[in-house]
Ligand binder design. Sequence first.
Ligand code: AMP
Length: 396
Amino acid sequence: MKTIEQYSFAGKRAIIRVDFNVPLSDRQEITDDSRIRAAIPTIRKVIEGGGSAILMSHLGRPKEGPEDKFSLRHLKGHLSKLLGTDIKFANDCVGEQARELSDSLKPGEVLLLENLRFYKEETKGDEAFAEKLAKLADVYINDAFGTAHRAHASTTIIARFFKADKMFGYIMESELKSIDKVLHDTKKPYVAIIGGAKVSTKIEIIDNLLDKADELIIGGGMMFTFIKAAGGKIGNSMCENDYLDTARQIMASARQKGVRLHIPQDVLLADSFSEVANTKVADASAIPDGWLGLDIGPESIARFSAIIEKSKTILWNGPMGVFEMAAFSGGTKAIARAMVKATENGAFSLVGGGDSVAAINQFGLEKKVSYVSTGGGALLEYMEGKTLPGISAILT
Ligand code: AMP
């Protein structure tokens, strides 16, 4: 397999699948450019190595063909500033203009293609469409981890047209290396912390982790399904009644596999789902009616922090409580702080999945853990043990 570090881009046109799906304001201004910034090292490697770069991405969810508010044209100015060079733009990601512009690229030049999802062929994984994109370039680089779980034309199918000249970009490489550290190459003790609203969306990850982790901490809204399944009283807390059996099976499987499963013993209760609700701490399995648990309690925080701080590998996915409200963010913040402490003591810590990433950013601790994955759905599927089409397309 070729790597971007070793590859010689001199005189080559590289088509790079980037993830420029950035949030835009009503006036089409970029409100968070971290995804664009993250792609810069890969683009630089190509152009500084004497190649030219053709960038392709999706932006938003256009329904029927082109829509100005989803045009990648809005990103051109900012990208040009970040790269310190002029950028060419093709109004259509395939077709004559894109071909002419790509044919005329000189070493060091960058061409940005219009939104791939203006064509429904993109998400359908259409082969003829993928071939048109492939014909624009000599080399294919996939640097969009966030869409690696989709067999789209630009993320997977296109790779067929580049027998050997295909590789991961730097973002993909570091995502895979970091996630492999919590999936395969793990140092013990290994603790996985799973939170968030629902058990139903995390079952497969939990199942996969039961074969890997030494300790599994459960928090967030999903803990109540476990507490109820174990015979506890959960008052008005959220619960997936259809998943009580699943929770029991997970508890049994953890026992059988020797994984220590930790469910909060105390919780922070509120008398309504509101920032200004009355609150009190209570035993997690004796919650009075009319009250609902919105965060883990102080004893659980102390116990979980101690486990995390003595671990050497830490994976965190999903908040411990309703961290969006300051009153119920304490548990999630404590977990983040314990991860930071463990990282300072040499542990490898990975935060992944939309809401835990939002939480660690909110606390300003994102630079103090080993790795924050941007993967979202792709990360979750990878952690479930699935083969991601965007990854196997490069590896095979
Ligand atoms: P998920 O997307 O499944 O990771 O869930 C994240 C969401 O779960 C966040 O928006 C949290 O506010 C929410 N959440 C966490 N703990 C609770 C809780 N105890 N009750 C209700 N929602 C919660």
